[in-house]
Design a protein. Structure first.
Length: 359
């Protein structure tokens, strides 16, 4: 008897399945090696979500017309919330409306505010109410005293552009979208490619109630990008109205930086909202020393104050062999973030190659 024995069909199919599985495993391994997971952390209101939006603009496809239009009700909701905060602050600060008619307009905004985030077109009566309220001397006086209460960071921008926002057929542009505020809940992942590498940026809510979800994201993290709002040095948390925001960020950074999960993980620090910080330090009497007595530098000196805060963060790193890479940022400024993020990506790649002994 000569010739080779034929392979049974079942065995041939099993070998083909096995080969296909092996190929898939090799592809998965290659994909894993070419994927860098960045965990975006920080306290609430630090600007993390704005950083993610910038990544989409800079390294993704930007925002389509449909996506821009989807932000219209968000921006109307932000506008209504900011006006409501100012009206409520007027009562606490003892400021009256210059035009008594605006009491009715304020009530109209209060009534509409709950449903404002569902409007794709602003009702004419709402547009009239916003215009009249913003022109009111009492509103303007209260707005100038915004440091005395907690007004959304985007409020000045939206009020400055109020006429454009109130026009029929308004569609947000990218800057409007960058300024929009929606509290992050849950875990949001954004992926983009630069050269041959895929970056997965994982953004989780910064409010205290959201932090229990963070540990779900700790596996396979190549870099942590921690975002802090410099301008929060004189503000308290929304959650309790007592804890200083900057102190909260410092304590949170210390916990993250020294966490056993991140011993060998690149640690990037964004000291964000430099524009708001500069304005507050230079133009208000809310001096840094009033909130951080250990600061002994001059008042109204932005650079000295910023370096002091940077040092406070760096000193929270208890592992002196671990390098922290700090950057001063304005997350709403695309050109600033573009430059900074190129440096950040280069840093992450270099650190990961060094960890793999390839440099």
């Amino acid at each position: 008897m000569g010739g080779c024995m034929s392979v049974p069909p079942e065995e041939r199919e099993a070998k083909q399945r096995s080969a296909a599985i092996d190929r898939q495993l090799r592809n998965d391994q290659r994909e894993y090696e070419n994927t860098i997971k960045i965990l975006l952390l920080g306290a609430g209101e630090s600007g993390k979500s704005t950083v993610v939006k910038q990544m989409k603009i800079i390294h993704g496809d930007g925002y389509s017309q449909q996506e821009l239009e989807s932000f219209t009700p968000v921006i109307y909701g932000n506008l209504a919330a900011s006006m409501r905060v100012i009206v409520n602050a007027m009562e606490k600060l003892g400021i009256r409306f210059a035009n008594p008619v605006n009491q009715d307009h304020a009530k109209a905004i209060q009534t509409l505010s709950a449903s404002m985030a569902n409007f794709t077109t602003l009702p004419p009566e709402a547009a009239t109410a916003f215009s009249s309220l913003w022109a009111d001397g009492g509103i303007q006086e209260c707005f100038r005293r915004a440091y005395e209460y907690q007004l959304n960071d985007s409020a000045p921008y939206y009020f400055e552009n109020l006429e454009r926002l109130l026009k029929p057929g308004y569609v947000p542009d990218e800057q409007d979208v960058l300024r929009s505020r929606v509290q992050t809940t849950g875990i949001i992942e954004t992926a983009f490619r630069v050269n041959k590498l895929t970056y997965r940026v994982v953004d989780v809510g910064g409010q205290r109630s959201e932090r229990r979800k963070w540990i779900q994201c700790f596996d396979d993290v190549r870099a942590v990008l921690f975002v802090c709002a410099l301008s929060g040095y004189d503000m308290t948390l929304f959650e309790d109205g007592k804890t200083n925001r900057l102190e909260e960020s410092l304590n949170l950074f210390q916990a993250i930086c020294n966490n056993k999960f991140f011993v060998k993980t690149s640690m990037i620090l964004f000291l964000n909202k430099v524009d708001l910080f500069r304005d507050k330090i230079q133009n208000s009497d809310r001096h840094l020393r009033l909130y951080f007595p250990q600061y002994t530098g001059p008042d109204r000196d932005v650079d000295t104050a910023a370096r002091f805060i940077q040092t406070e963060f760096m000193e929270r790193n208890l592992n002196k062999s671990k390098i922290i890479y700090p950057h001063f940022t304005t997350a709403t400024d695309t050109s600033n973030i573009k430059v900074v993020f190129k440096v950040v990506l280069d840093t992450i790649i270099r650190e990961n190659l060094e960890a793999a002994n390839l440099l």
